[in-house]
Design a protein around this ligand. Structure first.
Ligand code: AR6
Length: 177
């Protein structure tokens, strides 16, 4: 599924983000940039130790913000590490923090002159954000950003399961209807 918004292509695919060849891939990290399971573990395993070396130098990053490191051995030249919210009940600013994580990642890509970026489904694994709601916020936030900003050529969501791809596809159709 794909749409062009201004000069940017927004696309949804199922796959493993560590294999992406976009300029940057985004990591769903934790505030300590300490590595972990899920997509974070997969990115550090595939990209090698240089990514963690740079994370240690940076130190930490609050939820809703983003930092950038090398892509190490990945095809992607950079990893943008962002921190999504831990989902409690939806009444603790989770939506705002999730939107900020996407927005700050895109800002960092533009500031670094990058043209193509891939996102995983931030917060919907270990952090427990319901995927249907997260998909809506993710796609709306990216669409709002690329409507205002024409510096990116491609933003791709790389979803790990058919169910996640279906949720993001539904959100995409609702928001582009
Ligand atoms: N490619 C694309 N998506 C993936 C991949 C992959 N290789 N592997 C997993 N996913 P999670 P969170 C999907 O738990 O909820 C970590 O331990 C996965 O199916 O990775 O933001 C960090 O260190 C799910 O849909 O991230 C933090 O402590 C999505 O990625 C914490 O988990 C996000 O799941 C962050 O939790």
């Amino acid at each position: 599924m794909e749409a062009t918004i201004g000069s940017t292509t927004l696309s949804l695919v199922r796959g493993d983000i560590t294999a992406e060849d976009t300029d940057a891939i985004v990591n769903a990290a934790n505030s300590m940039l300490a590595g972990g399971g899920g997509v974070d573990g997969a990115i550090h395993r595939a990209g090698g130790p240089r990514i963690m070396e740079e994370c240690r130098k940076i130190g930490s990053c609050p939820a809703g913000s983003a930092v950038i490191t090398t892509g190490g051995r990945l095809k992607a030249r950079y990893v943008i590490h962002t921190i999504g919210p831990v989902y409690r009940d939806g009444e603790h600013g989770e939506e705002k923090t999730l939107a900020s994580a996407y927005r700050e990642s895109l800002k960092l890509a533009v500031e670094n002159g990058l043209k193509t970026v891939s996102f995983p489904s931030i917060s919907t694994g270990a952090y427990g954000y319901p995927v249907e709601a997260a998909a809506e916020t993710a796609i709306r936030t990216v669409m709002e950003f690329i409507k205002k900003n024409n510096k990116l050529d491609l933003v791709r969501f790389v979803l790990f399961s058919d169910g996640d791809l279906a949720s993001y596809t539904r959100a995409f159709k609702r928001l582009t209807a």
